[in-house]
Design a protein. Structure first.
Length: 189
């Protein structure tokens, strides 16, 4: 059956991917129900190490964490992050562990309530997932001492996750904060 997948039209491949069934052109066993994965962001591009027996779980975890950034639903973060999660590029003032991303999301959503995140690229190899995220929305709330007036927010981030037992245990991340701060009006061009 996997030999049929390259012949499928792109929307059909995306539908299978959305159901968590296509990994690197192969059909993978999937423990979660289709309704569980249907709400997870679908990567625009994906490359997966098909030799790894944990690739499907790592893809699911990366998509689950992206769903958290897309919606702000803390349940997705709690499912994706290990209780022992370590942020290896921890910003000043952010607590270590799962609490850090939860607070960051809540604070940023106060500034950009309609924040959405897409997965532009997802690469899985071994126990690692590299994720290129694209964030967009409108600054209608408050950020530090700034009040938004509806201006567009559109920036990118890159994450590298180490996944163990289906949960992210370490994360290295880099956001395009210069672009973001210019869009928020915190830095003048």
């Amino acid at each position: 059956m996997s030999s049929l997948l390259p012949k499928l039209a792109v929307p059909a491949r995306h539908a299978l991917l959305a159901a968590g069934l296509v990994l690197g052109g192969a059909i993978a066993a999937h423990a979660a129900s289709a309704s569980d994965t249907a709400s997870l962001p679908v990567p625009h591009h994906m490359a997966v190490d098909s030799a790894s027996p944990t690739s499907a779980a790592i893809v699911q975890t990366a998509r689950r964490y992206a769903a958290f950034w897309n919606t702000g639903d803390e349940a997705d973060a709690r499912l994706a992050l290990s209780p022992d999660f370590v942020d290896r590029t921890l910003p000043d003032g952010r607590p270590q562990g799962p609490t850090g991303p939860l607070q960051a999301s809540k604070g940023f959503r106060a500034a950009v309530p309609d924040l959405h995140a897409e997965i532009d690229d997802l690469v899985v190899s071994g126990d690692r997932a590299s994720v290129h995220l694209h964030f967009h929305g409108h600054f209608t709330g408050k950020f530090q001492n700034l009040r938004g007036n509806g201006q567009t927010v559109d920036f990118q981030a890159f994450d590298l996750y180490r996944v163990q037992n289906g949960r992210i245990v370490e994360n290295w991340h880099l956001e395009d904060n210069l672009t973001l701060l210019r869009q928020l009006g915190a830095i003048k061009p």
